[in-house]
Structure formats: structure tokens, C-alpha cells
Design a protein around this ligand. Structure first.
Ligand code: DC
Length: 213
């Protein structure tokens, strides 16, 4: 069983998805961390971020493990390294390539087939798990999303907002696995809402459907 939580960067997905998983006692899957691992590996290897074939091959060869809130890449803990701003920008670029997306979607499907998950990303409800019984599309105003990210990374809000606009455009505009709400997704605008309120709302939706119990 999967609860899919999609939406743009800074909408609150990670915080909310982690808290919903904890509240329901099921596993959290951060699909963005996987694309970030591909980006980090590509940067380290000096691979072209525009070469889908090379990046797809690279992506298939990586050992990516997500456990206990940590992310490891080929045995190295990269939990902090994958959050660097240059990795965020590169993740948005490597994730446009269908070869990379296929490799990641395959892994995500294999993981979620084996248990109950709250999975967050851009295409969980549309591509990875279109049969998920509960799909949430989280949004927030551009200003609030930039403020939240800046508070996390320590960068100036204006810098974050500009980088965010570039990533949003690429994430929404790409041909494969574009960021969009599934037709049957419940849209929640988190602007000005507390994490607890959003988590309670999603837990209530899950309970109403008999999901996650
Ligand atoms: O959620 P995040 O910021 O960690 O995601 C990093 C990048 O990965 C983002 O720019 C888009 C991409 N991504 C994706 O294409 N599909 C997903 N399911 C998750 C993330």
C-alpha cells in the first residue's frame, strides 16, 4: 500500500511525508534522494548532465540505500552531500532523462511492492504508483517555498527563489515524469499551515479510506 505525496520543492513534502509515515507506522520513501544520488555520482564522475544514455548506465550501476533517515551511495553516507545546492541543480537536470527515470522508477516500484510506504516525489501518483489508494499534491506559495528552503540551507531567499523557479520550470516542463497532480489527487496548499495540521488532514484522509491501518 502506498500513500503518494507529490509536489514542487519546498511545498513541505519531506517533513509532512516523514511525519505521516511515523503517525501511521509505515516506511517513508524519499524518491528525490535517489535522483540526488545519481546527480552526485554524475558530478563526481565528471559525466555530462545532458547525456541520458551515459547517465542511465551510471544510474543503473549505483548502489543506493535509504534507511533510518540516512542515504548511502555505494556504501558511503551521502545524506548531507546530496543536499548541496549544486547537487539540487544537477538533480533537476539528470532527472529529465527517460533512461535515468526508468532506472529509478524500477527501483522505487520494487521497494514499494514489498511493504507499506509513504512515498514522496514528483511522479509517485502519476507514474510510480498510479494505483496508490491515497494521492496528495502539496503546494505552497513561491515566496513561502523559497523561505522554507532558505531556512534549511542558509542561502539568501532571493537566490533560493531564483534557483527554485528554474527547477520548477524544468520539473513541470519535462517530457517524462513531469511534475503534475494525478487526476484523483487531493490538493493541499500548505501556505501558512502548520506541519501538524497538514499531517492530521492526511492521516484523516487515510483513515477515512481505510488506508494505513
Ligand atoms: O524532492 P527533491 O528536491 O529532493 O528532488 C530533487 C530533484 O529530483 C528534483 O529537482 C526533481 C527530481 N525528482 C524527480 O524528478 N522525480 C521524483 N520522483 C523526485 C525528485
Amino acid at each position: 500500500m502506498v500513500i503518494a505525496i507529490d509536489g514542487p520543492a519546498g511545498a513541505g513534502k519531506s517533513t509532512v511525508a516523514r511525519a505521516v509515515a511515523r503517525a501511521l507506522g509505515i516506511t517513508y520513501l524519499d524518491s528525490g534522494a535517489m535522483y540526488r544520488c545519481v546527480a552526485l555520482a554524475a558530478l563526481r564522475a565528471g559525466a555530462s548532465l545532458d547525456d541520458g544514455v551515459v547517465l542511465g548506465r551510471l544510474a543503473r550501476g549505483l548502489e543506493i540505500a535509504l534507511a533510518n533517515g540516512r542515504v548511502s551511495l555505494d556504501g558511503e553516507d551521502v545524506s548531507e552531500a546530496i543536499r548541496a545546492p549544486e547537487v539540487s541543480a544537477a538533480a533537476s537536470r539528470v532527472s529529465v532523462h527517460p533512461e535515468v527515470r526508468e532506472a529509478m522508477v524500477e527501483r522505487q516500484r520494487a521497494l514499494i511492492a514489498a511493504g507499506d510506504y509513504v512515498a514522496e516525489g514528483r511522479d509517485i501518483g502519476t507514474v510510480v504508483s498510479p494505483d496508490a489508494p491515497l494521492k496528495i499534491f502539496l503546494t505552497a506559495s513561491d515566496a513561502e517555498r523559497a523561505r522554507r528552503r532558505a531556512a534549511e540551507t542558509g542561502e539568501p531567499v532571493a537566490v533560493v527563489r531564483a534557483a527554485q523557479a528554474t527547477r520548477d520550470l524544468r520539473d513541470r516542463g519535462r517530457e517524462h515524469g513531469a511534475l503534475r497532480a494525478a487526476d484523483d489527487a487531493v490538493a493541499i496548499d500548505t501556505t501558512g499551515q502548520s506541519v501538524d495540521d497538514v499531517v492530521r488532514r492526511i492521516a484523516a484522509l487515510a483513515a477515512a479510506q481505510g488506508t494505513g491501518q
